[in-house]
Design a protein around this ligand. Structure first.
Ligand SMILES: [Zn+2]
Length: 131
């Protein structure tokens, strides 16, 4: 194994947390992370930032005819969540029997998305669920 424990931790960390970036000049947060601030350009330093994962539903729609990869999940809800730190993030919203509306408070959960290939590579992705 040539993986260092730091590298391993970094991958696990990225898989189970929303890791974005924050401009050290204007403090604007980005998810997914950006290496250049939209406001400040290259005249600033971007730092890795871990988001709380909490936010509110900004918009949503119910999908009845999904792409093949998600056909077992349909119907399901996808939406745009405004994280409490500011960035807008698109993702699946798990309803858990609750009604999703604009303004519904949600948190991030990490779920297995699909298994693919002969090695059974498992993809994890974040989803949102109502708090
Ligand atoms: Zn900035």
């Amino acid at each position: 194994m040539e993986h260092t424990s730091a590298g391993m931790w970094r991958r696990i960390n990225a898989r189970y947390n929303l890791i974005g970036s924050e401009c050290q000049n204007c403090k604007r947060s980005y998810f997914p992370p950006r290496i250049v601030c939209k406001e400040c350009g290259r005249n600033t330093v971007m730092k890795e930032k871990r988001f709380s994962g909490n936010g509110t539903v900004y918009s949503y729609s119910r999908i009845y005819v999904p792409p093949d990869a998600f056909k077992d999940d349909a119907p399901y809800t996808v939406g745009v969540v405004k994280l409490e730190e500011g960035p807008m993030v698109e993702g699946h919203i798990i309803e858990n029997g609750k009604k999703i509306e604009v303004g519904t408070e949600v948190r991030t959960v990490f779920r297995k998305m699909r298994v693919e290939g002969e090695e059974g590579l498992v993809h994890y992705h974040f989803k949102f669920e109502p708090i």
